[in-house]
Design a protein around this ligand. Structure first.
Ligand SMILES: [Zn+2]
Length: 315
């Protein structure tokens, strides 16, 4: 494997001197497909963004609940992005810290749409064997994040790893009462969580309360997108990495315009407040962030704009 080191990419970028980006094994074809591997390390811990794939989604009026399609298209055009569709990436992260390998969210395994299920291919490209994952930190239990824990045939993808789940998230999706009260169109989410978690070995599952540390990570309540969505942070200040999951879904729209609400935000008003708070905090902190639907290279910093913020990709 060819390892190409870029010299101290952090210099002059306001993200501290010790981050070194090591883009590895990314052929142009893969990068164009929105797939690949990003690796960065600061000597204390190492972060990998590992694509599970990208899906083309036609842009319709419903994608942003509270903006006109023309405004959304203008925002995309301004950033030189297509205005008739969005290439939605699905990007789990691996962090090596505290002597362990942590996987954050899991992709689809073999349960997803065409173009997904590539996480293990990219893990191996990064030199990580899937069976060496020690701990899995789940941000929330939407299908695109949790399906990768269990294959279609029922087998567990990470039988030896410990899986941490935000308690309010587990309690929501596993509640019979909530499932029965949900409209037909919302039943699928409940069924997916049951498919994956019912009969999951109990000694491998652990619930945590967002806000309380887990295995050396700070956990930050990121509620609204889903009832218990949680962000995870390691390190401090400019030497930190925070996994934002779906707090700001697709950054060209929701980092730029934090008051915009993606159609998947289950409680859009709470999600909007959370988004403002966390983006402000990330900007202040100056560390690196990653998001599940952040396009390749998927790791960068949050910068302020006159209105809203921008995601400044690094690597
Ligand atoms: Zn998602």
């Amino acid at each position: 494997m060819e390892l190409k080191r870029r010299d101290l990419m952090g210099v002059g970028m306001g993200i501290g001197l010790t981050w070194a980006f090591l883009p590895i094994h990314v052929s142009m074809a893969k990068a164009e497909a929105g797939s690949g591997v990003t690796k960065t390390s600061n000597g204390k811990f190492t972060v990998y963004a590992l694509s599970d794939g990208t899906v083309r989604r036609p842009l319709d009026a419903g994608f942003v609940r509270n903006a006109n399609l023309s405004e959304v298209q203008a925002a995309l055009a301004e950033q030189r992005l297509p205005t008739d569709h969005i290439m939605v990436p699905y990007t789990p992260f691996v962090v090596e810290a505290n002597g362990k390998r942590f996987l954050m969210d899991t992709g689809f395994a073999d349960n997803g749409p065409e173009g997904t299920g590539r996480l293990h291919e990219n893990m191996r490209a990064a030199g990580i064997e899937p069976n060496t994952i020690d701990v899995i930190l789940m941000s929330h239990l939407h299908g695109d994040h949790i399906n990768g824990l269990r294959r279609k045939d029922g087998s567990l993808v990470y039988p030896d790893a410990k899986v941490y789940i935000p308690r309010p998230e587990y309690e929501h999706w596993m509640s019979e009462e909530k499932m029965n009260a949900a409209p037909e169109a919302a039943q699928g989410g409940f069924k997916t969580v049951r498919r994956v978690l019912q009969d999951y070995p109990q000694d491998r599952l652990e619930m945590f309360d967002p806000g309380k540390p887990v295995e050396g990570f700070e956990t930050i309540a990121g509620f609204g997108h889903s009832p218990g969505q949680t962000a995870f942070s390691v390190g401090s200040g400019a030497e930190s990495f925070t996994y934002l999951a779906d707090v700001a879904h697709y950054p060209a729209l929701f980092v730029r315009h934090p008051h915009w609400q993606v159609q998947f935000d289950m409680n859009p008003d709470v999600a909007q407040t959370t988004r403002h708070e966390l983006l402000a905090r990330m900007k202040e902190q100056g560390g690196l962030v990653g998001g599940y639907h952040f396009p390749f290279p998927s790791i960068g910093t949050i910068a302020a704009r006159e209105e809203g913020y921008s995601f400044e990709a690094k690597a």
